[in-house]
Design a protein. Structure first.
Length: 114
């Protein structure tokens, strides 16, 4: 299970990636994530760290305050994460790179079987 420092690094890297792939029409894909990390960081990180590790209890967090979401669950002592939502197709440059970043950081897809 990652600690707060690892999650902080992950989320800051997602925000940097979002800044590189900001859409001219739809804006920043991680605007709400940025707000949480700047204004409410401790509570936000605690949401992940202190979540009960129950089977298949998934959660979602709106990355941009609208329809782009970070899906996550805590299971078997690890976090599983995906990028999804009805705005996923509006950010065709950001989403694949964000998913790749999650995988490179060691977060499995919620669709994977262990």
């Amino acid at each position: 299970m990652p600690n707060k420092y690892q999650l902080r690094l992950l989320f800051w890297s997602l925000m940097q990636l979002a800044n590189q792939y900001r859409d001219k029409v739809y804006g920043d894909p991680c605007s709400y994530l940025m707000e949480q990390m700047v204004l409410y960081q401790e509570d936000f990180l605690n949401m992940f760290v202190n979540a009960p590790a129950t089977c298949c209890d998934s959660h979602e967090f709106r990355l941009n305050g609208a329809g782009l979401k970070l899906l996550w669950m805590k299971y078997n002592g690890r976090l599983w994460m995906d990028i999804a939502g009805d705005q996923k197709d509006l950010y065709p440059d950001f989403v694949p790179r964000a998913i790749e970043s999650l995988r490179m950081a060691g977060y499995k897809s919620m669709n994977d079987q262990e």
